[in-house]
Design a protein around this ligand. Structure first.
Ligand code: DQA
Length: 145
């Protein structure tokens, strides 16, 4: 069981609740954080939940997770489709990582259908809204290293 989980959120996810509600729903990132804290508690996991609009900050947080966390859940938001730096950081730390998206990126614009993260992820969950974060925590709770 992977106990200490780092949950990272990329750019514009701080705008959830007022951002394209038809696509992303009405929950705020704080609502999602609360749901994750509850689910982690039920699973006997501890989480740290963070958001940034800055690519390099995500890279640093992934690097710093080494030795501090057992696994990472990340919604890289728009950096999913552009960031070789985040791809490389994930590869470097070799921690199990689940990529989460609220929306189904494969049903949307063509530029969203390419992920630089999926090839270095343990698994990918998309299109299930905030439930995706919950499922990722549960998957890590059942995952053997
Ligand atoms: C997203 C999908 C991305 O394409 C987009 O840039 C986001 C959010 C999602 O959760 O559905 O900001 O990662």
């Amino acid at each position: 069981m992977l106990k200490k989980i780092l949950i990272l959120n990329g750019p514009n996810l701080n705008m959830l609740g007022r951002r394209e509600n038809d696509i992303y729903g009405i929950d705020t990132l704080d609502d999602i954080k609360l749901m994750c804290e509850q689910e982690a508690k039920n699973n006997g996991q501890t989480i740290v939940f963070r958001q940034t609009n800055i690519e390099g900050e995500l890279v640093s947080w992934i690097q710093e997770a080494l030795g501090e966390f057992d696994a990472i859940i990340i919604n890289p938001a728009a950096y999913t489709h552009s960031s070789i730096a985040i791809h490389d950081a994930i590869k470097a730390v070799e921690l199990p990582l689940i990529e989460v998206h609220l929306s189904n990126i494969y049903k949307r614009e063509e530029f969203r259908q390419k992920s630089y993260i999926s090839t270095v992820a343990l698994g990918v969950i998309c299109g299930l809204g905030k439930t995706g974060y919950k499922l990722a925590l549960n998957a890590l709770a059942e995952h053997d290293k």
